[in-house]
Design a binder for this molecule. Sequence first.
Ligand code: CTP
Ligand code: MG
Length: 167
Amino acid sequence: MNWIIEALLWISPAYTANMAPVFSHRFNFLGLRRPIDGGRMAKDGNRLLGDGKTWQGIVAATVLGALTGQVLSIWGLGTLITGAVIGFFAIFGDTVGSFMKRRIGVKRGGKAGLLDSMDFIIFSLLVSLPLYPWKLEQIALLLIINPVLHRSANIIGYWLKLKNVPW
Ligand code: CTP
Ligand code: MG
């Protein structure tokens, strides 16, 4: 398989995981659609994470990451477990990104440039380093095309009325 396709497929659980909360948000499964920070404020007067980061989002991301990994196992590009791990770290990175956004004073849903698109991919790539024999050019390529992929996915989500903002 082409090295570019293989890299994209291998990291794809990070993308499905990052999109999962947008789909799951219309439901409130087991009452899990509540903010991770429980509404708490940091000393700077801003929310710790904000209402956009819920427990349900974490669960949905990990589950969809796992399902993606299961599908990828058909081509030997991961397993249910690697998908779950990549998916969890993707949404963990997304949470860290929101923490950083709140610390620099950007409100929920506000724009934060590269932070919005790179947070999840950096964490999922880091955790997948020992899981797959990455070539340097694969990692470089994923980091370069990620902002474009991420933005395109968000624009589609906005068109489909799944997201309030196209970023
Ligand atoms: N979401 C969620 N739980 C998560 C992550 C995301 O419920 N852990 C849902 C929220 O409805 C959120 C939407 O997915 O609004 C889009 O996610 P994202 O763009 O990451 O959140 P924002 O609302 O933009 O908030 P932030 O500024 O903190 O990134
Ligand atoms: Mg956002």
